[in-house]
Write a protein that binds this ligand. Structure first.
Ligand SMILES: C[S@@+](CC[C@H](N)C(=O)[O-])C[C@H]1O[C@@H](n2cnc3c(N)ncnc32)[C@H](O)[C@@H]1O
Length: 405
């Protein structure tokens, strides 16, 4: 059994270490099926992803910024366009072999997202810990998979409906810092708010006296210098507000005057933090109103399924939009090795990322080609409006050459 220091826990199954002898194959350029600008680096590849990934390894090791895959969930359903019915250990082996190569393809600052439901989630997590390192596990993001079913009343059920899919997220390197993602919300009345300056982290670094209080446990959130500057700011603000009829209990009034003070003095929120003692004699700091909502792992505002094609497990373009917007920049390389109807490629194209999509089924010829051609022609659907997409670009179609005996 493979073991290296911190990898003392591994998932074991019959046949796990049976070597899969994968050798790079040959990718043949298909001019007929390619479309648009042929100077593009975008690749749509038809073939089994294990061999294709092994082939790509030669040129793309360490070059992919963002990998998103939505592999078969092993739901035991035979769909119209592919079978999702596999023996459990075969599914594990399939995933392990591909994830190992995907890790090699990721760049040092790269991130991988794997979407799955609860049937294989927990096994997948353990395999990914083993391949990517548990220290590189970042998040389990959940997206909404609930469907409106006819309400059938039963007294008993086998189990509860799940209602969500999970997207496991791993980095390649442990020290990678990622942007703090947020969404902008319109038409929502936001008010400023006050939060306790004390928090429970048992770190005595910031236990200075403040308004006559010295914490015996926990600490103040901010350094002494920052805190006293913010108290000073509050005093200045109070002096300014004293010139106006001002209701101290009305948060909207305070928000209004705070904003006006910043504008008049050409200050930003960062330049002008404020701290005060609240009515319960607790030091509190102020967070001004904002239309930014910082995201947690709860992405239940996004539905799993898209509705742009007749592909049964088409993913919602807005999930990919949120991921790529967060983790990648225009020009970065994005890869999906289980492309299905082409969602990742369509979104990457509209967001001006370079992309590689791999799909072994006929849907590569049918769904992916027609969908991506339409995107290049400027079709308005999915995320098009959100990114002001007008068309352009192209892709090269590659066919994995049949293996010779
Ligand atoms: C859940 S679907 C992906 C759906 C996709 N995210 C979309 O938005 O349409 C999984 C896809 O993986 C493909 N697939 C399964 N095994 C594969 C393999 N070994 N190589 C390449 N593609 C594979 C299936 O044919 C299927 O289209």
């Amino acid at each position: 059994m493979k073991s290296n220091g911190d990898q003392l826990i591994v998932l074991s199954w019959t046949g796990k270490y049976d070597d899969i002898d994968v050798k790079p194959g040959v990718l043949l350029y298909d001019n007929e099926r390619s479309y648009g600008d042929q100077n593009t680096k975008n690749l749509l590849i038809h073939g089994d992803n294990l061999l294709v990934l092994k082939t790509l390894e030669l040129e793309y090791a360490g070059k992919v910024k963002c990998i998103y895959i939505d592999p078969p969930y092993n739901s035991q359903i035979v769909f119209e366009h592919y079978s999702d019915k596999m023996e459990h250990t075969k599914w594990l082996r399939l995933m392990k072999a591909r994830l190992e190569i995907l890790r090699v393809l990721l760049s040092g600052d790269g991130v991988i997202f794997v979407q799955i439901d609860n049937r294989e989630l927990h096994y997948l997590k353990v395999i990914m810990d083993e391949i990517f390192g548990r220290q590189n596990y970042r998040n389990s993001i959940i997206v909404n998979s609930s469907t409106k079913k006819p309400t059938v009343q039963h007294d008993t059920v086998e189990r509860l409906n799940t209602g969500y899919d999970t997207i496991l997220m791993y980095s390649k390197e442990e020290d990678l810092r990622i942007p703090n993602p947020f969404i902008e919300v319109d038409n929502q009345k936001n008010s400023g708010s006050w939060h306790s300056l004390w928090h429970s982290t048992n770190n005595p670094v910031y236990r200075f006296e403040l308004f006559g209080i010295t914490p015996k446990q926990g600490e103040w959130r901010w350094s002494e210098r920052r805190t006293f500057k913010a108290i000073d700011n509050y005093v200045k603000l109070e002096r300014y507000m004293d010139c106006y009829t001002f209701d101290y209990d009305n948060q909207d009034d305070f928000d209004f005057h705070y904003k006006q003070y910043l504008e008049r003095n050409n200050l930003s929120v960062k330049d002008f933090e404020v701290v005060k003692l609240n009515m319960n004699s607790k030091p509190v700091y102020y967070i001004p109103p904002s239309n930014k909502v910082f995201l947690s792992e709860n992405w239940m505002d996004l539905k799993v399924n898209g509705d742009l094609t007749d592909f049964e497990t088409e993913c919602n373009e807005f999930i990919l939009f949120r991921i790529l917007d967060w983790i990648s920049s225009p020009g970065d390389l994005v890869l999906d090795a289980f492309l299905g109807s082409g969602t990742t490629a369509a979104v990457a194209q509209k967001m001006e990322r370079r992309w590689i999509g791999i799909e072994s089924g006929e849907q590569c010829y049918i769904h992916c080609i027609s969908r991506i051609k339409a995107v290049i022609d400027g079709k308005q659907d999915g995320i098009s409006k959100a990114v002001s997409w007008n068309g352009g670009g192209g892709y090269k179609f590659m066919e994995l050459a049949p293996m010779k005996d």
